[in-house]
Design a protein around this ligand. Structure first.
Ligand SMILES: [Fe+2]
Length: 428
């Protein structure tokens, strides 16, 4: 990559994080309603600290940190960088102020541009690769910013609106939901993992072969309307549909619906980033845990796809991110499936964008995976236990951040991300 291209990309990514926060009031930047949700101020500072720790501190002679305590305050989980402020206590920090954090960002952005501009030609290949990783890191936090802002705003009885509806918001009413059907795929040996020339995370490698039996995959995501049928059929009250841990989770948390749903006068409403609105039956269901997705599939007599099935089907269908519903589209919500959103007649819709799709696969290393040395080795590998894989990106993901081999992962009880699912089935 050329230096000027990297500088342009760097500036574009840095600006996007600030654009996401532009509609916020100062108070919105600071609170942490649950451990999983970090204050927006923290995300803005942490993504800045990452460049300081990974590049400036290592490569600039006699580098003096912007502030001696920021590494302690804004390191997330990197043991290699020493002691850290407790994650659940990120929301108790009124200082540094939001203004201080924006000053921090500006300073580090400028220092990084100087570094990209001046780094020795011999160091460029390795250096530029690492900067691309750091930019992908910031993009991951952009998604978290959107979802954490949603959780923060949805926690207020005032139902604050993050952004008024974009013109191309919800296609409900314009096109009825595409009828659900299962598409058959032939089994066999499939290549799994990233085999392109661009960027990918280490958890997408190495490429390997996996035998997948004949299977069927739903042509689109499960909708709110379909999920309501499960709810109205007593889905949350019948233990037979649930994994034991899932049954415990719904009892403990009192879950009777997806996150952000509320019933008023016998009608279901949903808090969105566009404010509170009636449930649109044609839209994909989102903010469900793995347990809920799995229980729905069990109720429906189907199952969730494995990550290999999802990837094999995506390789055959070649979904185009250009036609998916991503952060740049300004919907901040999944939209109903329509033939138009793929731009072509293809059997599988909504594979990229809208919601991250729970798979039935545990997040494990691919055969031959080796964790990198040092801080980079802490990026993915150490989380490979007790989490499930999600595929495909969401309406909060930056469009150029997704690939069909991308493996997201969360614990099965999480639901504050834009998480949904599609069904799969065995072929008898
Ligand atoms: Fe991070």
């Amino acid at each position: 990559m050329q230096r000027s291209d990297l500088i342009n990309k760097f500036l574009r990514v840095r600006k996007a994080s600030e654009e996401i926060c532009a509609p916020l009031e100062t108070e919105d930047y600071v609170v942490q309603p649950i451990d999983d949700v970090s204050p927006p101020k923290w995300h803005l500072a942490h993504t800045t600290w990452f460049y300081e720790a990974m590049f400036l501190d290592k490569l600039v002679p006699h580098y003096k940190p912007f502030h001696p305590l920021y590494s302690f305050m804004f390191n997330s989980y990197y043991q290699s960088f020493g002691e850290r402020w407790d994650r659940p206590r990120r929301g108790v920090l009124s200082r540094p102020t939001v203004k201080n954090v924006y000053d921090y960002r500006k300073t580090i952005t400028n220092r990084m541009i100087e570094l990209i501009d001046s780094i020795d030609e011999k160091k460029w290949p390795e250096f530029s690769k690492l900067v691309v990783l750091a930019l992908n890191h910031e993009q991951q936090h952009q998604e978290l910013l959107v979802t954490d802002i949603k959780y923060i705003l949805a926690g207020s009885p005032l139902n604050p609106v993050y952004r008024e509806l974009a013109k191309n918001e919800s296609r409900a009413g314009i096109a009825p939901a595409i009828p659900s059907k299962l598409i058959g795929f032939e089994g066999g040996l499939h290549n799994i993992g990233y085999d392109g020339n661009g960027f990918c995370y280490d958890n997408e490698m190495p490429v390997h072969q996996k035998y997948v039996g004949d299977f069927e995959l739903q042509n689109r995501l499960v909708t709110n309307g379909e999920y309501l049928e499960f709810m109205n059929d007593g889905g949350y009250d019948n233990f037979r549909h649930w994994l034991s841990d899932g049954w415990d989770a719904i009892q403990k948390n009192g879950w009777k619906s997806p996150l952000n749903w509320e019933k008023k006068d016998n009608e279901w409403f949903e808090m969105t980033l566009n404010g509170l609105r009636k449930i649109v039956p044609e839209e994909p269901v989102c903010h469900v845990s793995y347990y809920e997705a799995e229980a729905y599939a069990s109720w429906a007599g189907k199952r969730l796809p494995t990550e290999e099935e999802w990837e094999a089907a995506a390789r055959l269908n070649k979904p185009d991110a250009a036609h998916g519903n991503f952060w740049e589209d300004g919907n901040f919500h999944p939209v109903a499936a329509s033939k138009n959103d793929s731009g072509r007649e293809e059997p599988l819709l909504q594979m990229l964008g809208d919601v991250w799709e729970w798979t039935g696969s545990s997040y494990l290393p691919y055969p031959g995976y080796r964790q990198a040395e040092g801080a980079l080795g802490e990026y993915n590998g150490k989380f490979m236990v007790n989490q499930m894989v999600l595929r495909g990106g969401s309406c909060a993901t930056p469009r150029d951040h997704i690939r069909i081999t991308y493996r997201n992962f969360f614990q099965p009880d999480k639901r504050w991300q834009f998480m949904g699912f599609r069904l799969a089935n065995d072929v008898k």
